[in-house]
Every structure is written in structure tokens, then in C-alpha cells.
Design a protein around this ligand. Sequence first.
Ligand code: GLU
Ligand code: ZN
Length: 314
Amino acid sequence: MHRLQNAGRDSGKTNGVDRVTTDKPIPIGRFAPSPTGSLHLGSLYTALAGFLHARSLRGKWLIRIDDLDTPRNIKGSADTILATLDAFGLHWDDNVDYQSRHLDLYNDRLNDLAKNGLIYPCTCSRKTLSSIGSGIYPGICRSKPYPPEAPHALRVKTDSRIIAFRDELQGLISHNLAEQDGDFILKRKDRIIAYQFAVVIDDDRQHINHIVRGCDLLDETPKQIYLQQLLGLATPAYMHLPVIVDSQGYKLSKQTRATAVDSKAPEAVIFELLQLLKQNPPHELQHTPVNELLDWAVAHWNPVSLKNTRKLAI
Ligand code: GLU
Ligand code: ZN
């Protein structure tokens, strides 16, 4: 666990963060965009909430670029995303982290799981997989020797243990992994490390203990907690925000407002997002510079009005 040195009662600054005087771990949050295009309103909303949450806890807020899914990456978009966050006053701590710089670590951890008999190679074809009506993989390849000759994915063996956690907004979530998820993929047949696995290794590597992200990932969380258990890692606190949908109830798409946000008037966009996040920003602040607006929002951050809400329409 990452702890700040307990250097007495003074509240000096360490990396721009107030030093805590107890030996509680410092809160660390993150925003982890995939570099697949510009930052749109939905991702700015997630970034803003994560920033406000971490800052209101007097914690750090880190940026990680989730760039493992190389076929989907768009050249230059990581830099565009970072410039946009900066323009909106969402300043992060430490150096930006890139998943692609940690490939050896993911593969080492996969080898550890293999040694313990917890993963297995799956050579099932796309056709076989799509014929499984439930979508839950029935363990066809469970007894395949490791490693096989043919191209293969790596799956983790699940069992029927119940994985339960209390989400800070969505309440108690519980999953029976064997029944609801089945053995899921940690490394794809194209050799790309799967999101589920990388995110668990990264959040631990970066000492993340507060995760704020969209509800679209709520059902993925039990898988991540299961992997944390297998690897002996701590489970962070989770806050799954309602996802923004259009008036028809669909997730924002390129046709709706998933176009790049306009960073020429950042305070207007942040003001709108604070209203969406039910923070009731006072009207007097509508035209104040974005940094002042954010200072107000950090001091007043209270996500309670978002409780038990999975969708927010704009
Ligand atoms: N790169 C992932 C996404 O954009 C991050 C997911 C997460 O926050 O865990 O969906
Ligand atoms: Zn298989």
C-alpha cells in the first residue's frame, strides 16, 4: 500500500498534495481514457467527476492512457485528450502513464497465474463462440495443456463464489462469476492483453484506491475484483456514475453530442456538466474563469443526488 511518510503534524505539500497527518493511505484516483479519438462530452463528464472526487478527498488524480488495444488507437489522440483536459482546468498529478510501456509486467503476471493453474489457453473459433447462446463460455478448453501450439486466447478459471461490493453510488452489487460471467479472457487471440486484466494490474501498480467511472463498467467490476483476489491485490473503492444518454435513451454517439468538446469556452461546458452532475452551481459562477469554478466544485462536491441512478439524459 502506498503511504505518504508520516512526517509529523505539519501539513507541508508533497507533489502538490497536502500531506496527511494520519497514516491512512493517500486517496488516489485516475482517469483512464483510450486514445481512440478526441475527448467528447461523456468522457469529459467522467474526468470531471473523478477529478472532483479525488480533489475533494485531498488526494491525487492521475492520468493513464489505456492504449493496449492498438487496432483501435488513433495516432495523436492521446495528446489531443491531454491538451483538452488541460484546457478545461483538469490538471493531473505525476507523469502521464501509458499502458503500452508495461507489457512485460502483464505477461509476467499471466505467467504467475499459469503456474498456479488458474488460466488456460482457449483455441475456440469465433464460430464456436458465437454458437454459445448464453454468451457465457462453458469451459470447452479448460483441460487444454499450457501452452498450446495453435493461436489461442488465455482465459481465467472462474468459480461460483459470490463477488460482492458496495458501490459508492449504485449500492450493493453481487455476482456469481461462474453463472453470470464464465471463464473470461485475459489475453486475446491476437496477443493483446485484455482490458479486464490490464486494468487490475495498472490500478494496483499506480496505487489507485478510488475509481470513478461510468456505469457501463459496473458489470465488469466483479471480474476485476475476482482478479484482485487471485493476485492478492487490494480492492479500491468504486463509484460508478450514471452514463449520459440522449433524449432517446441512447449512449452519446458521434451523431448526438459525442463530438469533440469545444475548449474555447471551458467554463460554460464545465458549468453545464456540474448541473448534469447535480452539483447546483450558483448562477453567479456561470462566467467565472474555469479554475475558480473548479475550486468551488471541489469544495462543494457531493454526489449523493446521483445515487441509484444509472442514466442521465441531456
Ligand atoms: N479505458 C477504459 C475506458 O475508456 C477505462 C475504463 C476504466 O475506467 O476502468 O472505458
Ligand atoms: Zn476454447
